[in-house]
Design a protein around this ligand. Structure first.
Ligand code: NAP
Ligand code: G4F
Length: 344
């Protein structure tokens, strides 16, 4: 019989890649989406799998809905990818973020305990938990220091996942995933904002764009690589926590340089702080400026993961380099723009 997976956050980046991965493993996929006028399926469409996922309305704020979805679907595995996932947005909506990203996860765990404690559970934890890291690189045992309502909420979700494992014996794992990006990344996150804006400028649809802090460093990998680690975690005899990363850390400015070069820009940087800007040398025009409104009240300056445990136990390693990632994303957005697609 086919294994059945329930993926929350099906309309997001990871939901799309995980669906594709599990379909290749012959799973039956139930995709849990937030009810709106119609589910957002452009990522599943582009992957050519929208017809292969059974969509179920799902809301992390609503325990009765979660209980009935899990009761009706009776999945073997639940991948909880749904979240208010914008760090900056969490400063603007801290209470909503906590309701969704913290208490929402407890609601899913409680529903599993009530409906069927044999259901295996994956929680999407995050490198944001490390905030101001106490050591470099970060491992599963590095102390946490959340720097945003988002990461504080995710810390509750992380620890309650472990608690439900220890208290009730659930097979509940948490992947501490570092930033992972792709051509399907939400357009508000910095990498995709950069590649979509550069593509629009190149096509003549946009003059320039603004960014915030371009000196923070992240450990950036390719999302398609990362979803296989989620699955591996649920195939282990014992549930656990794992850091999933590349081990390299780069600034946003480095990402801009690589992405821009891969679609033919030659950038020159000048100025400092909020007065810094980049000129497109070929056209002699200012195309990137800095605006304080994109700065965060408290920033995470640098993250870098140590994947020794994932390598040893899951046999997991990333395959796409930082340079390849920047090129892949920039080229993909430029192709979309050239083909007249609206960037979303
Ligand atoms: P994403 O593209 O922003 O997707 C988030 C998903 O959650 C969307 O499908 C969204 O639905 C759904 N959602 C939001 N609020 C919800 C609610 N109240 N009830 C039900 N669904 C809701 O995020 P992602 O990049 O795929 O990341 C997946 C998960 O991994 C998230 O939990 C994120 O916090 C975590 N994470 C991501 C990264 C990363 O670098 N990508 C790293 C570490 C951890 P709508 O489409 O309707 O908004
Ligand atoms: O792309 P970002 O918004 O991602 P951030 O904050 O690192 O969070 C992402 O990764 C986490 C994993 O560590 C996930 F848990 C989380 O759900 C999300 O997927 O910002 C990256 C960096 C930040 O330092 C930010 O200050 O880029 C900086 N930045 C500079 N200008 C900007 C901008 N970020 C955004 N979104 N927009 C800007 O204009």
């Amino acid at each position: 019989m086919k294994k059945r997976a329930l993926i929350t956050g099906i309309s997001g980046q990871d939901g799309a890649f995980l669906s594709q991965f599990l379909l290749e493993k012959n799973y039956e996929i139930y995709g849990a989406y937030r009810r709106s006028s119609s589910p957002i399926t452009w990522r599943l469409n582009e992957l050519g799998i929208d017809g292969d996922v059974k969509m179920v309305p799902f809301e992390l704020l609503d325990y009765s809905n979660i209980l009935s979805v899990i009761g009706e679907v009776q999945p073997d595995e639940i991948y909880n990818l749904a979240a208010q996932s914008f760090v900056k947005g969490s400063f603007e909506k801290p209470i909503y973020t906590a309701d969704v990203d913290a208490v929402g996860v407890l609601k899913v765990l409680e529903a599993i305990r009530v409906v069927n404690p044999e259901i295996k559970f994956y929680q999407a934890s995050t490198s944001e938990l490390f905030g101001v890291p106490k050591e470099f690189p970060q491992t599963e045992t590095t102390p946490f220091y959340p720097r945003s309502p988002y990461s504080a909420a995710k810390l509750f979700a992380h620890t309650i996942t472990i608690n439900y494992r220890e208290a009730y014996g659930l097979h509940a794992s948490a992947g501490i995933l570092f930033n992972h990006e792709s051509e399907f990344r939400g357009i508000g996150f910095v990498t995709r904002k950069i590649t979509s804006s550069l593509a629009s400028i190149k096509q003549g649809n946009l003059d320039s764009f603004e960014l915030g802090n371009i000196y923070s460093k992240r450990d950036w990998g390719y999302a398609k690589d990362y979803v296989s680690a989620m699955w591996e975690m649920l195939q282990q005899e014992k549930a656990d926590e794992y850091v999933i990363a590349t081990g390299e850390s780069h600034t946003i400015k480095e990402f801009i340089t690589l992405a821009a070069a891969s679609i033919g820009f030659d950038l020159e940087w000048s100025g400092e702080g909020v007065n810094e800007y980049a000129i497109d040398k070929k056209r002699g025009k200012k195309i990137i400026t800095i605006n304080e409104k994109y700065f965060r009240p408290s920033e995470v300056d640098m993250l870098q993961g140590d994947i020794s445990k994932a390598k040893e136990i899951l046999g997991w390693e990333p395959t796409v380099t930082f340079e390849q990632l920047a090129e892949k994303m920039a080229v993909s957005d430029y192709e979309r723009v050239k083909n007249g697609k609206r960037l979303v």
